[in-house]
Each structure stands twice: as C-alpha cells, then as structure tokens.
Write a protein that binds this ligand. Structure first.
Ligand code: NAD
Length: 469
C-alpha cells in the first residue's frame, strides 16, 4: 500500500497515525495518508510563519517565477497526478487530466496577472497611493470534488501576494494534495507551502489557531458557518465558497435537440458533484415532455464505470455518505408523488455507483429541488411564465450560479440579470476561468476567488502618504 507524506517546512513528514483512503470505484482501501498531530501542525504553522517574513519581501518577479515553476511541475507529473486523482476521487481519467491541466493553468495565469497600482490623490505636494500588503499565513481548506483545482485556486494568488500557505484537503481525497506538496516543494522555498492531512478534527485545529490570518475555505454551507464562527475568535479574514443549487432556465425559443447535450453534461459532469453544476432545470410547460425524454435518453446512454476505464463517462460517487444523501432525496421525492423517469437506485456491486437519474413532477419544496443533491439525480421542472420560472429559480437560500438558455440573446440576458447568484451565464453553464471573479450570493458564500478581486482578497490595503518635498 502506498504511503503518502505531508510537506512540513519543505520536508516530507509522516505521522504515528494514518487515515485510510478508499477507491470509490471498488470500495477498497488502497493507500494511507498521515493523521497530522497537534505537534506536527504546530511545526507547519511556525514554518509557514517564519517563511512568510522572507517571502513577503522577496521580489515579486521571483514569486512570479516560482508560480511558473509550479505550473511546470504539475504538467511534468500530469499523468501521476491524474492517476491518483481518479483513484481517490472516482472521476474519469480524462476529467482528471483536465483538472491537472486547469490547476497548472491557474498557476500560469497568476504568474502573469497584472496588478494595477492605484493613486488615490496627487498634487504638487503630496501623492497618496493605495498599496497592498500580504496577510500572512493563509489556511486553505478544500473539499473532495476537485481537490487539485480548488487547491490551486487558493495557493497561486496567495503565494503571488506574498503569503505562505497551509493546505488541508478533505480526508476523502488527501492524496493529490499530498502529492502536490511533494512535487511543489522541489520548486518553492521551504515553508511557503505546507500540506497537512487528517480527519475532520484537523480543520477546527487550523481555524482556531492564532497564526493564520486568513481562512480560504471551499466546502458545504454548514461547515462554512462553523469556519466563520471559529475564525471570528481571532478575527481572521475569511473567504467562503460554499454549496450551490444552480438553476437553468430554458426559454421557449430554444431547440431542445440543440441544447440537450450541453444541459445534460453541465448537470452530470463529475457525477453532479460540482458546486456549480446545474441542479434544477426549468423548461416551458409546452416542451416539458420532450425535455424529460431527451434528458432520460442521455442519462440512459451515459457510460457509468470505474474512472480508470477509457470508455467511462461517469464514475462512482466519491463516498458512501454522499450516495446515501442522493438516494434519500430521490426516495423522498418518489414517496411524495414525483415520477422517477430513469435511474433512481444505487448500482449493485462494489463501489459507490448510482444510476444517472431524472426526476419530474416534483414539488418545489422537495429536498431534491430546494437543497443541494450533489450527485447524479436531476429534477426537470415545468413553468408557465418566465417571471414565474425566475422567481422559483431564486426561491432558495443558495446563490452560486445560474443560467438562461435562449435564441433571443437580449431576452435571455434580461432574465439572466434577474438571477440572484454570483455567476450568471447565457447559453452555457459552469464557464470558469482564473480571470473571472467567482463568488456566491446568499448562503453560497462570502468573498470572491479568482481574477483581480480574488487576488486582492489575499491582501490588505495600506494607504501610503508620500510628501513630495
Ligand atoms: P465539507 O464542508 O464537508 O468539507 C470541506 C472541508 O472542510 C474538508 O476539508 C473538511 O475536512 C473540512 N472541515 C470539516 N469540518 C470542518 C470544521 N469544523 N472546520 C474546518 N474545516 C472543516 O464539504 P465536502 O463534502 O468536502 O464538499 C462538498 C461541498 O462543497 C458541497 O456543498 C459543494 O457545493 C461545496 N463546494 C463549493 C465550491 C464553491 O466554490 N462554492 C466548490 C466545490 C465544492
């Protein structure tokens, strides 16, 4: 069994205890990750704190060069990263390869990102500049759905700004993060990136700790609340990227055949385990039956299997707990009179497989509509008027993303402007880039990641009064 190690102060670190890592396609333990002790966490914290003093005053050009080297290191070990990612997360190998490339792309983008200088006042006697200082040590806490990409979202801008990082991945997917620490320690100064792993007790130890000045957290809304409460005690900065329940509103001037593949894959890619996956589809009453049939056909045709098999399009869910959540939501909708058009059950055999599922005639207050299913089960809802569809799309506490699909772009844009969410798309969904600020409205988050705004969230303002004589 392969033993993966933490990165603390530039060194590889084991621990007395370990946690088992399960391959979700087989349900079997295939590797272990260290269970970080309080002492080892302390070592990571002090290393990050001391490295930050040097890193903050290192020339920005050197920091940029380090980010380029990180991108290079990811690409150089892309096959290794992708294999580990598929084995611990479950996603098809092609998707894992895309995630590795995207993570490298995030480092490459921030290596070159322009940071505008702001002069807030200038006259003959005085220049007042708005400058930016790093925050210090950043704790990056990530979930299990995109363990490599979401780590890159945090590490790249944090390091560029002159912070150092302690990365803590989900206990379900610790290995890609551990591998990242190992590979990047070859190209980063020691202590700038520490990677620690452990069970769910480790997160609170980090958020309670006095050293980090910022928590950059991605995960569920319930955990996000705990993180914010804990960070308040030492008044840390927090960025929270939380759960989503994205609606897609399809207008009646759309040819269903022309959009069905995009709609289906924006809902089911990564088995629906994407924060900004489409989680509810609103279609016009007049086309409801046609859309339900088309979605069911796509669900029936999707190839479900072990992510390491080249033909696989949908892997297993990442863990038993998540499969149980999806299963419960589908069952409760069914008991309440909804029609399960296809799928609707776990797939027999080893691993956490669940049949791609289409549900319709389901009430707005059903769990599968009102909450985040985070799995391969999609409700198709019919609407009478566009205003009604918009109101129902906005009718949950979530506000991560949303999309409107229409041929009349002006009309579609108008509806999209009414979506109460951080990313509103027209005729696409889940279009993300390191350039585009990404955020959640309502209970889907606090703060922004990516783009200039995301970078600035790893800094604090310093107003500099500079007399000219
Ligand atoms: P989760 O909230 O259970 O865990 C996320 C991380 O927090 C893990 O590393 C976990 O170990 C850690 N953690 C758990 N309890 C903690 C505590 N008390 N203090 C500090 N850390 C703690 O989420 P998950 O199940 O791993 O991921 C799925 C969720 O993440 C979904 O809700 C999904 O929508 C969300 N998500 C959001 C985004 C986004 O950008 N908005 C992206 C991906 C996933």
């Amino acid at each position: 069994m392969t033993e993966y190690l933490m990165t603390i102060d530039g060194e590889q670190a084991a621990s007395n205890g370990t946690l088992d890592v399960v391959n979700p396609a087989t349900g079997e333990v295939f590797a272990t990750a260290p269970e970080c002790t309080a002492e080892l966490l302390e070592a990571a914290m002090t290393s990050a704190e001391s490295a930050q003093r040097t890193w903050a005053v290192t020339e920005e050009s050197v920091r940029r060069q380090a980010l380029r080297a990180c991108a290079g290191a990811l690409i150089e070990s892309a096959a290794e990263f992708a294999n580990v990612l598929t084995t611990e997360q479950g996603k098809p190998l092609k998707d894992a390869e895309n995630e590795v490339r995207a993570a490298a792309g995030w480092f490459a983008y921030f290596a070159e990102m322009e940071i505008p200088q702001e002069v807030v006042h200038e006259d003959d006697d005085l220049r007042v500049e708005l400058s930016r200082r790093p925050l210090g040590v950043v704790a990056a806490i990530t979930p299990w759905n995109y363990p490599l990409l979401l780590a890159a979202w945090k590490i790249a801008p944090a390091l560029l700004a002159g912070n150092t990082v302690i990365l803590k991945p989900s206990p379900y997917t610790p290995l890609t993060a551990l591998l990242l620490g190992t590979r990047l320690s070859a190209v980063l100064p020691k202590g700038t990136l520490n990677v620690v792993t452990g069970s769910d007790v480790l997160g609170p130890l980090i958020t309670e700790h006095a050293i980090p000045r910022k928590i950059s957290f991605t995960g569920s809304t319930a955990t996000g609340r705990r993180v914010a409460a804990s960070a308040a005690k030492t008044l840390k900065h927090v960025t929270l990227e939380l759960g989503g329940n994205d609606a897609a509103i399809v207008l009646d001037d759309v040819d269903p055949e022309a959009v069905i593949d995009q709609l289906f894959w924006a809902s089911f890619a990564n088995n629906g385990q994407t924060c900004v996956a489409i989680k509810r589809v609103y279609v016009p009453e007049s086309r409801h039956e046609q859309y339900v049939d088309l979605f069911a056909n796509r669900a029936n045709a999707a190839v479900v299997g072990d992510g390491s098999a080249p033909e696989t399009q949908l892997g297993p869910l990442n863990n038993q707990m998540q499969r149980d959540i999806v299963s419960r939501m589908v069952e409760s909708a069914r008991e309440d009179g909804a029609q399960v058009v296809t799928g609707g059950s776990a797939i027999d055999g080893p691993g956490y497989f669940y049949a791609p599922t289409i549900v319709t005639n389901v009430k707005d207050d059903a769990d599968i509509v009102a909450n985040e299913q985070f799995g391969p089960a999609l409700p198709i809802l019919s609407y009478g008027t566009v205003d009604e569809a918009l109101q129902r799309a906005n009718g949950t506490p979530f506000g991560l993303g949303g999309s409107v699909w229409g041929t009349d772009l002006g009309a579609a844009q108008k509806v999209a402007a009414g979506l109460e969410c951080g990313s509103a798309w027209v005729n696409t969904h889940m279009a993300l880039s390191p350039k585009y600020p990404f955020s959640g409205a309502k209970t889907s988050g606090l703060g922004v990641e990516n783009g200039l705004l995301g970078y600035l969230s790893f800094t604090e303002a310093q107003t500099r009064h500079l007399p000219k004589n």
